[in-house]
Design a protein around this ligand. Structure first.
Ligand SMILES: [Zn+2]
Length: 444
């Protein structure tokens, strides 16, 4: 018997991802993520400061998936916790939830597990960590094997998790894009995905970008977009500040090399940028000799230096969503030695996450920057999520018997179901729209 329990991540975007799959008397948990919106709202940071809050408190503020029933009914059967990628809406809650299933090892790629380790901030948890390279397997029991298939997204070593069972394969690709020219790591392992399609029982995948037609452009295009904006300001005596997602190592790498191309010294500032770069270095996927400043005191020191000779430096900092305690917000609020003024440049190499908190925060910060006469560039970015044609292609590639669109909320899930219907699937027969807390037997 195979049963799917949609614990979290099905009812909204960027929130509490967690799915459990029961294969007879064995259970695999996929992802344990934060509700990023709640965390930003609660703390005004990128999540780091919440490390001291206990499980009960985080549950009460709806910041983590509610696994109470799952723990009660399936807890003793959990054999492994597999984390698909390093975004905190997929791995942030590991520190609080994984110890509840202490015999279950935590499986993920080296980079993902390094990021998980960072979220523990030195605290120990009883679970064993099992790093697994992209495109390799780990045997859980005689009947269940986990495989990580290399995919692309906006953070390195993102995987589609494949659970091999006697009933067929369950594929969990939450989140992914199909990027044939990623700047770090390899393109998706298409040949393996095609092999998996021979007996793919179910696909669980994200619908974040389902309303966009066509294909999502490659990360290579983001590099060209940034180059196009920045090179106009070559040899100009202006300050340059760029902010992006801290977990987007490929984008950080692009920014470092563009800074050097402009003859400027890159300064990477902010705690979460420092944490993610450290994880990338430990996982041997990216390291830089550029200077990185994580702690507030060091950040201020670096910014004081940059402020003295603005045209010599290129500041890459946290705060892409306008988070109140981020470096960019502190600069905009005149709380650092860096004084922004006429014609200085601030680039948002990201999109605004469509949650009320992020939208409000970004508006606040952009207004403050405009008051200072700063030149603002927004959306110099390509998404890390599959668009409509990618989603169709992915379904056609894997040919799952059952399809569970997730990570969207009902409208996005319904739009994804429509795509599936256009290639022969039928809603409620082999396309299933579940909400948080619902469960479904896939095969008796
Ligand atoms: Zn993600």
């Amino acid at each position: 018997m195979i049963e799917l329990w949609a614990v979290g991540g099905y009812s909204e975007v960027g929130s509490k991802n967690m799915t459990a799959i029961r294969i007879d008397d064995e259970v695999i948990i996929l992802d344990m993520g934060y509700n990023v919106g709640k965390i930003v709202e609660y703390e005004g940071t990128e999540g780091e400061e919440l490390v001291k809050l206990p499980y009960e408190k985080m549950l009460a503020i709806d910041a983590i998936p509610n696994d109470t029933k799952l723990h009660e009914e399936w807890g003793s059967m959990v054999k492994a916790i597999v984390i698909g990628h390093a975004h905190i809406d997929h791995c942030g809650a590991v520190r609080l939830l994984a110890p509840r299933y202490k015999k279950a090892p935590i499986i993920g790629t080296p980079f993902t597990l390094e990021v998980v380790r960072n979220t523990l901030e030195g605290k120990r948890i009883p679970n064993k960590f099992i790093p697994l390279n992209p495109s390799s397997k780990y045997k859980i029991s005689d009947r269940v094997t986990i495989e990580l298939v290399n995919m692309t997204h906006s953070t390195p070593q993102t995987s589609a998790v494949v659970i091999h069972t006697p009933y067929g394969k369950i594929v969990y690709a939450n989140d992914y894009k199909l990027d044939d020219h990623p700047l770090i790591g390899k393109k998706p392992n298409y040949s393996r995905l095609k092999e998996i399609s021979k007996n793919c029982l179910a696909l669980i995948s994200d619908t974040t970008r389902v309303e966009y037609t066509g294909h999502t452009p490659s990360e290579m295009l983001a590099r060209e977009m940034l180059k196009d904006v920045l090179m106009r300001y070559l040899n100009r005596d202006v300050g340059i500040i760029v902010t992006t997602f801290s977990s987007h190592i490929a984008r950080l790498s692009t920014l470092i090399s563009l800074a050097r191309k402009m003859g400027r010294e890159p300064l990477l500032v902010g705690r979460s940028i420092s944490n993610y770069l450290q994880a990338a270095k430990r996982a041997h996927i990216f390291s830089t000799d550029a200077k990185v400043f994580g702690y507030k005191r060091d950040v201020n020191k670096a910014l004081r230096r940059a402020n003295k000779e603005k045209s010599k430096y290129f500041v890459i900092c946290t705060g892409n969503q306008g988070e109140p305690n981020s470096v960019l917000s502190r600069i905009a609020n005149d709380e650092t030695p860096y004084v922004l003024g006429d014609d200085d440049i601030v680039i948002f190499s990201c999109t605004v996450i469509p949650t009320p908190v992020s939208e409000a925060n970004r508006k606040t910060i952009e207004n403050k920057l405009l008051e200072k006469n700063v030149r603002i560039f927004r959306d110099i970015h390509v998404s890390g999520h599959a668009s409509r044609e990618d989603q169709k292609e992915f379904l056609q590639m894997l040919k799952p018997k059952h399809y569970f669109p997730t990570h969207g909320g009902i409208e996005k899930q319904a739009a994804a179901a429509k795509i599936a219907e256009s290639i022969g699937y039928k809603i409620n027969e082999n396309v299933h729209i579940l909400q948080d807390g619902q469960r479904m037997v896939i095969q008796e």
